[in-house]
Design a protein around this ligand. Sequence first.
Ligand code: HEM
Length: 142
Amino acid sequence: MSDAEVQISMFDRIGGPVTVDRLVESFYQRMDTLPEARTIRAMHAPDLGQVKSVLKRYLTEWTGGPKLYSVEKGHPRLRQRHLGFAIGDSERDAWLTCMRGALEETVADAAARSDMDAALTKLADWMRNTAGNPHDTGAGRP
Ligand code: HEM
């Protein structure tokens, strides 16, 4: 691979650890205060400290930065970890509203912001687990 083809990770494109930290703080600040996020806020513990720290580690790894999540938690199995919470279209939309505001506020590079938005939208879509989710229409589920 020539120098011109070296891949820059999403982690570096958005601004590394400083941005991940600010992004997650802004995301939960929005979840904590936006009326449209009230339902998903109520799914979380009163103190968001723990989940903030886990999401920072997860996003660091998921964007191609240091593997701070899996060393501690193993394979993310993120959808499975969310099965205890009823996530449908409106919960996904509330989550994305908080995340999009946080991306706007903290990721300066417009192309990186839009790529992050697209990737997180897919992930949030996939997290839905209530009846009628297209991911659950296949066989093999009780
Ligand atoms: C789509 C709507 C979503 C809802 C309603 C939701 C809700 C939740 C809730 C209630 C928890 C548990 C918090 C606690 O323990 O207090 C959680 C954990 C978590 N969520 Fe989500 N989530 C959503 C989407 C996502 C997405 C798209 C990601 C990835 C970018 C994500 C990443 C995480 C992580 C990393 C944890 C911690 C899991 C662990 O303990 O290892 N969530 N989420």
